[in-house]
Every structure is written in structure tokens, then in C-alpha cells.
Design a protein around this ligand. Sequence first.
Ligand code: NDP
Length: 248
Amino acid sequence: MKQNNERIALITGSTGGIGTALCRKLSEDGYQVVGNFRNEEKSVQLQQELDKTGHHIELVHGDVSDFDSVGTMVQHIETNIGPIDILINNAGITRDTSFVKMTKAQWDEVLNTNLNSVFNCTRHVIQGMVERRFGRIINISSINAQKGQYGQTNYSTAKAGMHGFTKSLALEVAKYGITVNTISPGYIETEMVMAVPENIREKIIAQIPVGRLGGPTEIAEAVSFLISAKSGFITGSNFAINGGQHMA
Ligand code: NDP
């Protein structure tokens, strides 16, 4: 079994709240971490922050909603850094509105970014994982895939699709030493949630039994465990990390 420092982990959406926490945690665990970004300015800012705290992370550009862009990104990583052993499909967006007002563009953008991205990224790395007989794939879904959410038919659909993907792929690749799991965070204190108006956020917190939002590091800790050598028997699972808000 290889050591962590011989393994390369690709994290999509690394400039976001959970993505940045994942970069830090996996770097602290000793992995060679590659963070994907789409916005150049945000990547420069992130690189400066990570350098200050001594986290050595390569940042690479790629639009996860675009199959060819991901192909170019993966080729760049595998040529210049090395083979990808761990993939965290974390990039995501919301475009909330009630279904009767939802445009085709809002539907497509959310499905392409949250779900088709999982195909795009996984499809480009899976063959290498099969050949090397090792892989860890984590898909970051959402509590709202499990319970539904007003104004999020697009987002709930995309995130729910990840669960079927996880279970089917887990069946197909278990024999190659590849595990595939989903994490379904509840409400986590990141830009995505802080963009929700304060009065609505207070109502959300009132529904969380632990009485607070989750922290991005709490998601990163779970990912750290699931990709570790200790977790080879866990595959096709969903980890709900939501402060008790939804138990299913
Ligand atoms: P953020 O909005 O903070 O980060 C999202 C990240 O995804 C950003 O880095 C963003 O880049 C990136 N991204 C979006 N579209 C693309 C694209 N086409 N190509 C590449 N990168 C892209 O969100 P969080 O950190 O909160 O969320 C991370 C994941 O966790 C998401 O999948 C989200 O749905 C999920 N989640 C979050 C919850 C929460 O409470 N925060 C709850 C449940 C699930 P850019 O900034 O350039 O747009």
C-alpha cells in the first residue's frame, strides 16, 4: 500500500468554502493535493492564503461542466504531476427559484455543474484507477437531495442523481480496489449558505438539532477518513453530515 505522499488527490471547486477546507485537510494528511478552479482571480487569492499557512497545493484551471475542459485539465495533471488516485467531486452551484418560474438555463446550468460534472471528472480518471487497482471517489451531494427543498428542483435533482451514480459505479469498480461514496452535507457555513438572507438562515438553524451550522472542516474530516487506507470496506455509502436535521 502506497503512503499518502505518493497519492494525488484532485478536489474540484477548491476556491469555495468546503473545497478550501478539503485542500487544507488533505494536504495536512500528507497527500499531494491538486485543487481545481474556474475563476483565475479567486485562484490567485487562494494560492496566497494557502502559501501563508504552508499548504503546498497545485491549482489547475478547468470548467467541470465541460467534458473537454476536464479532459485537458486531467491530462495536464497526469503529465505534469502524476496519476490521480483520489477524486473529490465537490464543485457545485445553486440557481434557486420555484419550478413554475424556473428557466431552462437555470435547470441546465445546475444539472451540468452539479451532476454532469461528476460524469466528466470521473470518466476521465477512472481508467487509470482501474489499471492501478486503486481509487477513491467522493461525491459531495446535499441534504436537499435526500429531503427535497422548496425552490431547488434543479439542485435536488442533480444532487439526488449522485446517489444512484455512487451506488452503480461502486458495484462496477469494487473489484479494482476503487471505492465510491457520497457525503450529503446539511447547512455548512460557506458563501453558498451565507448568501441566504439572515432571517431565512435563522429559520434553518432553528431546524438543526445541534443548534448551529456545520463547519467546512467537519466535511473535510469525513472525507479524510473515507479516502484513507482504513476505509477500503466502505463503498456505495452515503454519509449524512447535517447536525441531525435529516435522519434517513
Ligand atoms: P461554494 O459556493 O463556496 O464553492 C463552490 C465551488 O465550486 C467554487 O469554488 C466554485 O468556483 C466551484 N465551481 C462552480 N462551478 C464550477 C465549474 N463549472 N467548474 C469548476 N468549478 C466550479 O460552495 P460550498 O463550498 O459551500 O459547496 C461545495 C459543495 O458542497 C457543492 O457541491 C455544494 O452543492 C455542496 N453543499 C454545500 C452545502 C453548504 O451548506 N455549503 C450543503 C450541501 C452541499 P467559482 O467560485 O469560480 O464559482
